[in-house]
Design a protein around this ligand. Structure first.
Ligand SMILES: [Zn+2]
Length: 164
């Protein structure tokens, strides 16, 4: 499993915090992290412990999100509703969980924190997800099979991995 950040988040502080969280996820939990830079807004990136690629929102949408059946089942909207609001691609600032073979298994649909939206969307926001997995990946996701967790499970309901 790896974590992919579609950079840059619009708000500079979110962007900087995302980079900090990803570095922690890599250093503390030994999870591969990477950046797809689709909207450069905040200048040069600091040193980063993963691959950084420059690409376009269109390419990312076609490759990762559009017609992605697994993603479609795991988010509340269809990918086109979630990432193509009002006909414009809005992907930057989101994060995705990518399986070893390369498919996107889950992605946030709201950049930033739940505070900026409404209560109850914690499972959809990018920054809450990043901060949660930086603290404890098992609070949100099984690193073996990418099934989503709520932190109360002792064993992964997807693959049976002991999470304790
Ligand atoms: Zn699992």
């Amino acid at each position: 499993m790896r974590v992919r950040y579609y950079a840059d988040a619009e708000v500079r502080n979110w962007h900087k915090q995302a980079l900090r969280c990803l570095t922690t996820v890599h250093d503390q939990h030994d999870i591969t992290v990477e950046i797809e830079r689709i909207d450069e807004q905040h200048g040069q990136l600091p040193e980063f412990p993963g691959e950084v690629r420059s690409t376009t929102p269109e390419d990312v949408y076609e490759r990762d999100l559009k017609r992605n059946q697994t993603l479609n089942k795991r988010i509340n909207e269809t990918p086109s509703q979630a990432y193509k609001r009002h006909g414009t691609l809005e992907i930057a600032g989101n994060v995705a969980v990518v399986a070893d073979e390369g498919s996107v298994e889950w992605a946030s649909t709201l950049p930033g924190y739940v505070d900026g939206y409404m209560p109850g969307v914690e499972s959809e926001t990018a920054m809450d997800f990043l901060e949660d997995i930086a603290a404890d990946p098992n609070s949100r996701i099984c690193t073996e099979c990418c099934v989503q967790l709520d932190g109360s499970e002792q064993f992964c309901p997807g693959c049976g991995t002991d999470l304790s």
